[in-house]
Design a protein around this ligand. Structure first.
Ligand SMILES: C[S@@+](CC[C@H](N)C(=O)[O-])C[C@H]1O[C@@H](n2cnc3c(N)ncnc32)[C@H](O)[C@@H]1O
Length: 170
């Protein structure tokens, strides 16, 4: 079954843990209760994340601290409705502007790009496989589609990385 705690779904947990095992410094701006990454954040103060800031502000804070991550996890709300639910649960006011998921993803990806090490892997979860994409020089290195049955949307999990100079030349 799908879960608000995305990484409680076994194949997704395995996917994330495989990359975490290879990472030195990881960041998770939408962590909810998972403290698997080195630096964790979630808007909702009731969650067990280390920080409770807007994801973009959290990433600018890390950038200012000189953090460079070799693994980033992006598991935001997947739809305007989910964003509205998250903001309400976090005790924040929510209007048209806040619920635009494309706007949220765009500003978070821009800030995330500033804290990535050159060889970083980015894991993204949602209902599409857009990830950071070519705009940020990324290529998909692994794609996992998890079917939850019935009429539920699949969870699409991707891992991306910048190709090496040698791979670019091929
Ligand atoms: C899909 S859940 C993350 C689930 C987590 N990966 C897990 O496996 O348990 C998305 C989380 O993003 C948080 N969130 C929503 N909008 C946010 C924002 N603008 N900044 C930071 N966190 C936000 C929500 O409170 C929610 O806990």
């Amino acid at each position: 079954m799908p879960s608000a705690d995305t990484f409680d779904v076994h194949p997704i947990a395995c996917f994330v843990q495989k990359y975490l095992a290879k990472a030195t410094l990881s960041i998770d701006p939408f962590a909810r209760n998972k403290r698997w990454a080195t630096h964790t954040n979630d808007l909702n103060p009731e969650t067990r994340a280390e920080h409770h800031m807007d994801a973009e502000e959290f990433l600018w804070m890390l950038r200012d601290q000189g953090v460079r991550a070799d693994l980033a996890i992006l598991d935001p709300p997947y739809s305007p409705r989910q964003i509205a639910e998250c903001y309400k649960a976090a005790g924040r006011s929510v209007g048209m502007k806040e619920t635009q998921n494309a706007a949220l993803y765009s500003r978070v990806k821009h800030a995330l790009a500033q804290v990535l090490a050159p060889d970083a892997v980015v894991l993204s979860f949602g209902w599409n496989s857009a990830g950071l994409g070519k705009k940020y020089g990324m290529e998909i290195i692994e794609l996992l589609t998890v079917c939850h049955g019935g009429a539920h949307n699949d969870t699409i999990c991707i891992a991306e990385k910048q190709p090496t100079q040698q791979q670019r030349l091929l």
